[in-house]
Write a protein that binds this ligand. Structure first.
Ligand code: FE
Ligand code: FE
Ligand code: MG
Length: 167
């Protein structure tokens, strides 16, 4: 723990740690959802989509690293068990039980939209209070926004291909 780091954040530290742990839990769920989806995926454009899902999995894991480090700096403990991920996460885990490309894309788009709200919430809670967490949340948010757009554009390509192919 960084004592001075914790002192700077002051009385808000517990609220910020709670939000950080929620974000942390969501990153692990997102990581696994992407990682497993990339293995199971079926349907048109599956190779292109799997490559993107794998890349996003890696990026979600790197977000988990950043968030865990900040939790520890502030004297908190990252969620200790996988059961805790589902309990703490504000974002749902969507199992890739149906591995069709469009279904996986829609599930992951929903996940990204939830991640965007999570980091926006963390930014609102830390603005003018905890600049270090604020900056971290901003850089992760930028990547979540990119993720949403990547997936929506693949979804659009898939729709176009399916429409044209059926004529
Ligand atoms: Fe993430
Ligand atoms: Fe993401
Ligand atoms: Mg991407």
């Amino acid at each position: 723990m960084g004592s001075r780091a914790r002192e700077i954040v002051g009385e808000n530290v517990d609220v910020i740690l709670k939000l950080l742990n929620q974000a942390y839990a969501s990153e692990w769920l997102a990581y696994y959802q992407y990682w497993l989806g990339a293995k199971l995926i079926k349907g048109p454009m599956k190779d292109a989509v799997a490559a993107e899902l794998n890349l996003h999995a890696t990026e979600e894991l790197s977000h988990a690293v950043l968030v865990a480090n900040r939790i520890i700096q502030l004297g908190g403990t990252p969620v200790l068990t996988p059961e805790g991920w589902a309990e703490e996460s504000p974002c749902k885990y969507e199992s890739p039980a149906d591995p069709y490309v469009a279904v996986l894309l829609d599930q992951n788009i929903e996940g990204e939209q939830c991640a965007i709200s999570t980091y926006k919430g963390l930014m609102d809670a830390t603005k003018d209070i905890d600049m270090v967490t604020y900056n971290m949340a901003l850089s992760i948010l930028e990547q979540e926004i990119e993720h949403e757009e990547d997936l929506q554009s693949l979804r659009e390509d898939l729709d176009l291909m399916v429409q044209r192919g059926s004529k």
